[in-house]
Design a protein around this ligand. Sequence first.
Ligand code: GRF
Length: 212
Amino acid sequence: MNNTLSVVVLISGKGSNLQALIDAAKVESYPARISAVISNRDDADGLRRAQDAGIAWKVLSHRDYADRESYDRALMELIDSFNPGLVALAGFMRILSEDFVQHYYGRLLNIHPSLLPKYKGLNTHQRVLDRGERQHGASVHFVTLELDGGPLVLQSQVLVLSGDTAETLAARVLEQEHIIYPQAVKWFAEGRLKLVNGVAMLDSKQMNHGTH
Ligand code: GRF
């Protein structure tokens, strides 16, 4: 298909969300394809997933750059060499510079393991347990300058069960991530999902999030 959306996926680790996107894109009718996977770490397991799927992959180590701005400039150049319509962050453990976020504004998605705006940042599962929350989940959002604060696209909830550990909770949240991320990318590729004046719109209607 010629009208499929080209997506570059950025990872730092396991790449299970990358795998979910790879698997979704195996279906012929899926409107996006992954043109490249880029990791800032050469030991990221996700690189093997890209290799196994026959997808181009690159390592661009932040250790080779003096500061965030110069790394992000090189990263932008590398990403743009694949000419993507969408950049999907999938466990990319880097804070992004203002220039980077602005460059990809409206075509940069992230998946976060909490029901944003609750539990921005790291160690979300343990923090949810420590606070005695009954509900937890995952969110896909457009990336803006506020860390984990961009407009929400899709969320999925899980119940916190008695006896849950950070690991068991993370596993159930990940199952949901693997459903909602390919769905959000599909909507974006179909042209149904857009960021308009800082608001996430689906089919020209403001997205409604009643889950938090
Ligand atoms: C996921 O929990 C994602 O929400 C977060 O980082 C984790 C990445 O997992 N941003 P994986 O590398 O996709 O398995």
